[in-house]
Design a protein around this ligand. Structure first.
Ligand code: FES
Length: 125
């Protein structure tokens, strides 16, 4: 199956999912498969509407972060929180500021939003 792609500033991006209905301070998981490579990640939409994408891997142990399939955030929606040991991360940078991996970062992906669809950078795969 062919994956939808876009080119932005000379770089290739792969379609990862719809985000037209992703509210601010909400999260959504995605999975992109290209050839033998599979990338599991999630989107978060910040309070100002900006969209961010991170790999679903906690810098503490590499475990998936989410509580339930699309739930990666604290109950307030203000921070990303790992479901295993509770580390907390800033939405806009992925920096851990509380918990066992304090000072480390989630692996950010470049993301492009076009007409309600989100595409992640090919270099992430
Ligand atoms: S695995 Fe995420 S805080 Fe320990």
């Amino acid at each position: 199956m062919e994956i939808d792609t876009v080119i932005d500033q000379g770089a290739e991006f792969f379609l990862a999912g719809d985000v037209f209905d992703l509210d601010v301070m909400a999260s959504r998981a995605f999975c992109v498969e290209v050839g033998d490579n599979q990338l599991e990640g999630f989107f978060v939409r910040a309070e100002n509407g900006d969209l961010f994408a991170y790999k679903n891997s906690c810098p503490h142990t590499g475990a998936p972060l989410n509580w339930t399939p699309d739930q990666f955030l604290t109950s307030s929606g203000r921070y990303i929180q790992c479901s295993i040991h509770g580390a907390m991360f800033k939405l806009e940078s992925g920096e851990c500021f509380a918990g066992p991996c304090s000072g480390k970062f989630l692996q950010a992906m470049k993301v492009v939003e076009r007409e309600g669809q989100a595409f992640v950078g090919a270099e992430s795969l």
